[in-house]
Ligand binder design. Structure first.
Ligand code: NAD
Length: 386
């Protein structure tokens, strides 16, 4: 049977402006009224001013919704929604890391799916949506996903809808210069996790593999210099491109078991998303390596990264070694027990972590569907190492 016996879709969006000074593009688009969704870190580090200076120079009216918090919850999205309904901008700009971009996406999602609830139903025209990431990590600027935390239960709700895909993204390396080294490492390993999981996912396709492999290559080349020198704008730009490429890849292919575990572990121990992913990824690669097709794909990925397979070792095992080596240089702990997280309650929450991972939608595209016992074994390794 032909490999092309099914009609599939691969969509490329949004328009991407990239490079030093690309934020100036905002002033050249004829926008009239802008609302900026952001967090207080953007004010503190002068990043909001970089954007508002451009808008002011172009005579564009703007308002700021600065209330985003990390891992945004439903109540922040609702507050932002009220703000937007009052303000009625023609352009919504998300400025910040994945939390600001996902909050803006949540606002757009609520506006469209719950519009029947609003008394003012005239405001149904979607504002243009511009994502300006200030971390090189989530790839949210090029995906139709958002992760919003349920305020009542504390669980992360993944939303998917192409209404949330930005119309344009701006990747200006000057905007990620201020990211602290630890966050550069964690967000960069989020990129690696997206790229690796996308590449071996059951939803992978020729387009997604191309973007994922290039993203992986760029991470191994540029993450360490970007971590070691916050002012190395070439490696920062390279990581921004890697982040968006990995986002384009997983938007099409889906993710896998590392994200399924990391979502629960991150929420339980209040870990930044990228750090949780980094501590889970090597154990998942080792687990997936038992699958023949996944092993073949890890081999191909090693070639993209330009690393030979270790003598006598599988491609998966070689890849695990490379991830641990990179994490070691970036100061990322090898397991939860070795991290600063207070994991004394691990035995009590273990079952909950396994249940959450088994139910996470990202698990559906993992190359191997684990049994509950197998998931437990991997979760134990994430806790204690090997
Ligand atoms: P973040 O947006 O939560 O930001 C973390 C902190 O870093 C904040 O305090 C922020 O102010 C600060 N920060 C951001 N940019 C900075 C800069 N340039 N200089 C100094 N400080 C800066 O971090 P993140 O890792 O980008 O995003 C994580 C969120 O994204 C999580 O909620 C995660 O679930 C979500 N996520 C979404 C997707 C998606 O496809 N939508 C994918 C992966 C993760």
């Amino acid at each position: 049977m032909s490999k092309m016996d099914k009609v599939r879709q691969f969509q490329v969006k949004p328009k991407i402006w990239y490079g030093i000074g690309s934020v100036a593009k905002l002033g050249q688009q004829g926008y009239q009224k802008v609302c900026i969704v952001t967090d207080e870190g953007m004010v503190k580090f002068g990043l909001l001013k970089m954007v508002t200076d451009v808008l002011e120079a172009a005579g564009i009216e703007y308002h700021v919704f600065p209330d985003v918090k990390p891992d945004p919850s439903t109540d922040i999205v609702e507050k932002g929604l009220t703000h937007i309904l009052m303000d009625r901008p023609d352009v919504l700009i998300a400025l910040g890391g994945g939390s600001s971009i996902d909050t803006a996406k949540g606002i757009i999602y609520y506006t469209y799916h719950f519009k029947a609830m609003f008394t003012d139903r005239e405001y149904i025209v979607k504002p243009q949506f511009i994502a300006i990431p200030t971390t090189a990590g989530t790839g949210s600027e090029v995906t139709e996903y958002a992760v919003i935390t349920d305020q009542k239960t504390g669980t992360k709700i993944p939303l998917t809808d192409d209404i949330m895909m930005p119309d344009a993204a701006i990747l200006d390396p000057k905007l990620i210069e201020s990211v602290p080294a630890g966050a550069t490492a964690a967000t960069g390993l989020d990129v690696l996790t997206h790229a690796v999981e996308s590449y071996v996912s059951t939803g992978n396709n020729p387009f997604s593999r191309c973007y994922a492999a290039k993203a992986c290559e760029l991470v191994f080349k540029s993450l360490l210099p970007s971590y070691e020198n916050g002012h190395d704008l070439d490696s920062k730009a390279s990581m921004q491109i890697a982040s968006s490429m990995a986002g384009i890849a997983f938007n099409s292919s889906g993710l896998g078991m590392a994200h399924a575990i990391a979502h629960g572990v991150g929420a339980q121990y209040h870990l930044p998303h990228g750090l949780a992913c980094a501590m889970v990824l090597p154990y998942v690669v080792a687990f997936n390596g038992k699958d023949e097709r996944a092993e073949y794909l890890y081999k191909r990925l090693l070639e993209s990264v330009g690393e030979p397979q270790d003598a006598g070792a599988s491609a998966a095992a070689t890849f695990v070694r490379l991830i641990f080596e990179l994490c070691g240089k970036l100061g990322i702990p090898t397991c939860l027990k070795a991290s600063k997280a207070d994991t004394d309650n691990f035995a009590e929450v273990r079952d909950k972590l396994i249940d959450r991972a088994m139910a996470d939608t990202t698990l559906t595209t993992n190359p191997v569907q684990p049994t509950r016992d197998e998931m437990g074994t991997v979760v134990d390794m994430v806790y204690a190492g090997v």
